[in-house]
Design a protein around this ligand. Structure first.
Ligand code: AN0
Ligand code: CP
Length: 315
């Protein structure tokens, strides 16, 4: 593997999940692989899990890690080509990226959707420039339209907890007060279909995901009906794809609660976190025995470590 930005970079997903579970059993068996190798983690946006789990994954492989929050301490970066740089951004990505590339062997980048242009966001113009100019492998730590390390961890978690070969997995939209990207939902839809699960997506009308990510998933606009017989409930808010970045509903009838969970086949509850309690999910559901949000977050180390191991093996 050279770069990791989508499901297309992982090859056979079940083989990758098998490898991740092996790494989870003996995480320090590849300590020599990353010796004298440096990873830079670059954050344009906030993070708790990705920051810590990717760092831990790199350390498990013996790598050195440098973490940089671009908006706290580094120069503000211009990303548009051809602009007269007379504003508040003293440095251009076109210099910053290759400079960072000279200091490390792998770069992780978190850069959310900008919501200025859907075309630019879905063309992944930021992470694409990293791939073009860094000269070293690039790992997405959530880009404009996808969060593949999260979706990989989600699939590892579903494999660990599933009780039937092909579980019914329901991705449900839930309300949120701010505009959020579609990245987590996009990748979850894409990866769970690649894993062969029976995916149903439920959301109010208008929240349809981009077709290239929704794939052939069934869409059920009645949330109660979608929950019937489910083995996993995966809650997430996202803003509309069309009209892009709009909040079309804040309907709290969509909050995942105990009554809805009772419609499922004793489903496990999942969320990528951070989660707003009693907006996305009630205290009762997230604190219930069926909530697996903490082991789900723990698996972020092993999705990242699998990806980094493969990149290091290919250096
Ligand atoms: C982000 C999102 O929805 O993409 C990150 C989730 C991992 N969430 C928030 O900004 C709250
Ligand atoms: N799930 C996830 O990526 O969390 P952070 O935004 O805290 O990294």
């Amino acid at each position: 593997m050279r770069h990791f930005t989508s499901v297309h970079d992982i090859g056979d997903l079940h083989e990758a999940i098998r490898e991740a579970r092996e790494i989870k059993r003996t995480p320090y068996d590849w300590q020599d692989l990353g010796r004298y190798k440096t990873m830079v983690l670059l954050f344009f946006n906030s993070s708790l899990r990705t920051r810590l789990s990717t760092q831990k994954a790199a350390m498990n492989l013996g790598m050195n890690v440098i973490v940089l929050d671009v908006n706290q301490g580094a120069w503000k970066l211009e990303s548009e080509r051809g602009v007269i740089m007379d504003g508040d951004k003293p440095e251009h990505l076109l210099e910053a990226i290759p400079v960072i590339g000279t200091y490390c062997d792998v770069i992780g980048v978190r850069s959310f959707a900008q919501f200025e242009s859907r075309t630019d966001d879905y063309n992944e113009i930021i992470i694409s420039q990293f791939i073009q100019y860094a000269g070293v492998p690039v790992v997405s730590m959530e880009s404009s339209a996808g969060h593949p390390l999260q979706a990989f961890a989600d699939c590892i978690t579903i494999e660990e907890y599933k009780t039937v070969e092909k579980p019914k997995v329901v991705l449900t939209w839930a309300p949120h007060p701010r505009v959020l990207p579609q990245a987590v939902a996009n990748s979850f839809a894409q990866w769970t279909q690649a894993a062969g699960y029976d995916l149903v997506i439920t959301h109010p009308t208008g929240y349809e995901l981009a077709p290239e990510y929704a794939g052939h998933a069934r869409v059920e606009y009645n949330q109660d009906k979608a929950f019937e017989g489910a083995h996993f409930i995966y809650a997430k808010n996202w803003s509309a794809y069309e009209p892009y970045g709009q909040i079309l509903s804040q309907n709290r009838a969509w909050t995942v609660d105990e009554r809805k969970m009772a419609l499922t086949d004793n489903a496990k509850f999942m969320h990528c976190l951070p989660v707003r309690r009693n907006m996305i999910v009630t205290d009762g559901v997230i604190e219930s025995e069926n909530s697996i949000v903490i082991p789900q977050a723990a698996n972020r180390v092993f999705s990242a470590q699998t990806v980094l191991k493969r990149i290091l093996e290919n250096l």
